[in-house]
Design a protein around this ligand. Structure first.
Ligand code: FES
Length: 159
């Protein structure tokens, strides 16, 4: 068994909540790997007594699942109502500019994934962004851009 298959199986079998479903199993894999490889769809189907088509139907219904390995770093920009009201749009533009992207997605060198998030759970600190899942609140376009540059410089390369 490959290391990837082992991690998938451990994530799915390691669920401790009382009700284990196709969705909870996919979420466990996404938490472990940051994406849903096709091997996971196959394993979850067997594990849940579902067909591969059923599992794909669940996986593709939820926009937060990725089907490719994530980039090295992730930046989430909150797009929820509280953040929207205090300038999420300008934060998003500024982040895209530093990343060299036109819209959400991965940079070509796979060093950065930028995505919208509908609420990062820290509305009182709006506008909010998250850098590799660490929240940064009350950002402005300049500090947001600096945060992204710092994240990319951390391992010795510039943006
Ligand atoms: S709306 Fe942005 S953190 Fe909740």
């Amino acid at each position: 068994m490959s290391g990837l298959e082992q991690r998938i199986q451990d994530a799915v079998r390691g669920q401790t909540q009382p009700t284990v479903t196709v969705l909870s199993s996919l979420l466990a894999v996404e938490d472990e790997l940051g994406y849903i490889p096709k091997e996971a769809v196959e394993f979850v189907a067997g594990f849940s007594n579902a067909t591969i088509n059923d599992v794909w139907a669940v996986a593709s219904f939820y926009p937060n699942f990725r089907f490719e390995p994530p980039a090295e770093h992730t930046v989430d920009v909150c797009w929820g109502a509280s953040c929207h009201l205090v300038g999420a749009m300008s934060i998003f533009k500024s982040v895209l500019e530093v990343a060299g992207l036109d819209s959400e997605g991965d940079t070509l060198d796979k060093r950065l994934t930028v995505k919208f998030n509908s609420c990062l759970g820290a509305c009182s600190q709006a506008p909010v962004m998250a850098l590799d899942h660490h929240l940064a609140g009350r950002v402005n376009p300049e500090s947001a851009a600096e945060n992204v540059s710092r994240l990319l410089e951390r391992d010795g390369h510039g943006p």
